[in-house]
Design a protein around this ligand. Sequence first.
Ligand SMILES: [Zn+2]
Length: 380
Amino acid sequence: MKYIFYISAFLIFTACNEKTNSVGDVHDHHEEGGLVLTNDQMEANDYKIGAPQRRSFERNINFTGLIDLPPSHRHVISHFLPGYIKQVKVIVGDHVKQGETLAIIEHQGILKLQERFVAAESELEYLEQEYHRLQQLYKENVVAKKDFLAAKSAFFSKRATRNSLQQQLQLIHISPNAVLSGEMSSSYAVLAPSDGIISSVNIATGTWVGDETQLMALVDPDHIHLELQVFAKDIPALSEGQPLKFWLHGERKAIYTATIHRIGAEVKDDRRVLVHAHPDSISPHLTIGAYVNGKINVADDSLLALPSTAVTEINAESFVLVATDKQDGETHFKRTQVKVIQRQNDWIAIDNKWHDHTFLLNGAFDLIKDEEAGFGGHSH
Ligand SMILES: [Zn+2]
């Protein structure tokens, strides 16, 4: 098979070459996994030979994790009075400002509340005058203590009612003064309790919202962080303030950056430690609860490397063409298996023992595959 490879490669490259070698020549110096390229062939195919070079390879710690937000930065939006949803003003992902209207709730009970408030307010005016009048008369011993206490009780009780109704109006953002001057409304607005991003909406127009309904949820993204799971053995290489790269699980194309904020002190049962990191910028794609993967570059190693075009994979093994001889206008190569130490971009790190060898730097794939594809099934 190796012998055939030699011949086939020879034929392929002599076919387009004007200078013809005799077959006898080839047999004279055939080697295992050997290949000869003439200078013309090298030139015609733009093949390059060269030594491996030292390159910097990142040493990374890989991790998985979760995008999280402390409970204090999550808000469940609820309402204070039941009713029907008249309007929903936001959708999931909307950025809202504190005080912005999120939804409008409508119900007759809202009007009734205002009416009760107006009634309580005007009754209170009368009861207050009565209270002061009887207080004076009681001091002058004109009325019985019992009558004075009754007036006092009626006033204080009505005042409590009025205050309660006033607070309810304030909770639904209806101005008590506007109500007293005759502005009544059958609906009220649900407002954003803080700046944030709408993370869920549980209502639609016409939904009845009773006492227990959660209308929507809002997250304040200022404290979105990453809870990362890092193997305990990797922890000594980490420090607070260290940068890292991460991406949403399965979406490796969009790379985000973050900074390590705190490293957990506790090793969990799975030998991992929780590392807390903060993204350097907030993107709407970073949704709470999403899984992430990432890496932390802890060192750069200087390794002997070949361009990836010099290395070919066959059945999970890596092969190169090592230049063994160069004379009489031809270069001899030997197909050789190498151990890949690391890959980074277009470079492949190989063992240091290859430092004084010369390799075919490009086109190795085609030359080595030709043997496999074209002649692999034959035998001599
Ligand atoms: Zn944090």
